[in-house]
Design a protein around this ligand. Structure first.
Ligand code: FES
Ligand SMILES: [Fe+2]
Length: 440
């Protein structure tokens, strides 16, 4: 299918220190993004623990393309387009389950768990016609590349491109750390995610993840509410762990300027996160003991002292290592984005650790969180504002020219620099202008 815009037209939308508003508003740009970015990049699709046995499946989307992630008979994980080779109907309607095969609800075409077409009712009716039902195109065609890193499953619609580990680059350290924090060395998904549809372009969510200039302003209502709650506690009473999770957003600009944000190739970034669990918490002490019995003090210290990190794997996930959160950003339309919030259990850890992770999700990431609502409101205002105003260019000038090149990547100086946004658009432009190649 032809692209809507030429490479030159995309280059005209992105400058080193600003972007044109059409990158957020133009539906043609959005359609091209789906092909050039979501149609090529490695996208996170599932965690292995969601499909433990042959036949186990879950449905999700890569870009706007519905897919089924399924464990095939040979134990490999396949990622299949969730569409019937007959008329295109979505074959699998459930969010997850287990099946020996997939049968389309319309006329009964049936597919094996590797996506191949197994059975067609009245198959003889096609004899002598020009359709070749053995052509794989009539199956639920698989994503050509599927890769797993520490249990996290990624897929790409491009037959060629960088290896998964090359693509992930330094963000592998965050995926390693979330798994290493589990005494058994792996995490598992328990239950479903929170889902929230936002009225804004998907890139506004991505940009907010490393925007360290916003917490102390946009989250002021929840910060002040938590500070007031703390002030009203009886003297000597320790505040519950939820309080610092909210008050930390109100810390000074000096604090945020000091946070380390490393921007890497392919648009990824790693940010030293706040809200490290306090090691005086009895739940954490019990957990650290279990980890130490398994690994000894040196390795335990290594794992727990890895800086609590928010990792952004462009273009579709954000991972919080020390509270085991994973957010998936699904574009729906040029002005609609679905955010999923998944939580992980550290296998082998005391149950209290999982309760703590759920409590973080409820407080910070859920649709009813008193913090997340602030961000969502801001995204919507930006999107509506850009639609209704004549302002053509969006500034990303903050601290241009101060970035620091290191072996790990480019470090934002200071932490509140708009380098992460510039880094996203560097990757965005590379995806949008490369006709072939590794798609970054
Ligand atoms: S659309 Fe699936 S069998 Fe007809
Ligand atoms: Fe925020």
């Amino acid at each position: 299918m032809a692209f809507n815009k030429t490479p030159k037209e995309f280059r005209d939308l992105v400058r080193p220190d600003r972007v044109h508003r059409d990158v957020y508003l133009d539906r043609e740009v959005f359609r091209d993004e789906l092909r050039r970015i979501h149609g090529r990049a490695w996208l996170y699709v599932a965690h292995e623990s969601q499909v433990p046995s042959a036949g186990d499946f879950m449905t999700t989307a890569m870009g706007v393309t519905p897919v089924v992630v399924v464990r095939h008979k040979d134990a490999s994980i396949r990622v299949l387009r969730n569409r019937c080779g007959h008329k295109g109907a979505a074959v699998v309607g459930k969010r997850c389950g287990s099946a020996k095969s997939f049968r389309c609800m319309y006329h009964g075409w049936t597919y094996d768990t590797d996506g191949s077409l197994q059975a067609v009712p009245q198959r003889k009716a096609y004899d002598g016609t020009e359709i070749d039902l053995n052509d794989p195109a009539h199956g639920m065609t698989p994503a050509p590349r599927v890769g797993t890193y520490r249990g996290f499953v990624f897929a790409s619609f491009a037959a060629e491109g960088p290896e998964l580990e090359t693509f992930l680059g330094p963000t592998t350290t965050a995926l390693d750390n979330i798994a290493d924090r589990a005494p058994d060395g792996e995490v598992e998904v328990v239950g479903g995610p929170f889902r929230l549809i936002q009225r804004n372009n998907w890139k506004m969510v991505i940009e907010n993840l490393n925007d360290l200039m916003h917490p102390m302003v946009v989250h002021i209502s929840s910060t002040e509410a938590a500070e007031q709650e703390e002030a009203e506690l009886p003297e000597g009473q320790k505040p519950p762990p939820e309080i610092p999770l909210l008050t930390s957003n109100g810390w000074s600009y000096d604090f945020w300027n000091g946070l380390r944000v490393v921007c890497c190739e392919y648009g990824h970034s790693l940010m030293g996160a706040i809200n490290t669990p306090p090691d005086t918490d009895p739940v954490f002490v019990e957990y650290a003991d279990v980890l130490e019995k398994r690994h000894g003090p040196h390795r335990t210290d290594e794992i727990l002292s890895y800086p609590s990190v928010m990792a952004l794997v462009y273009p579709n996930i954000s991972l919080h290592t020390s509270y085991q959160q994973l957010r998936v950003i699904h574009p729906i339309d040029v002005d609609r984005t679905l955010l999923e919030v998944w939580t992980f259990r550290l296998k082998g850890a005391p149950e209290g650790m999982y309760r703590r992770c759920r409590s973080y999700a409820n407080l910070v990431n859920s649709p009813s969180s008193i913090g997340n609502a602030d961000d969502v409101e801001a995204f919507m205002r930006v999107h509506r504002g850009l639609e209704n105003d004549t302002m053509e260019w969006i500034s990303q000038h903050r601290n241009v020219g101060q970035d620091q090149q290191t072996n790990e990547g480019v470090v934002a100086v200071p932490g509140t620099s708009e380098l992460p946004m510039r880094n996203h658009f560097k990757a965005w432009l590379a995806y949008m202008t490369e006709e072939q190649g590794n798609g970054r």
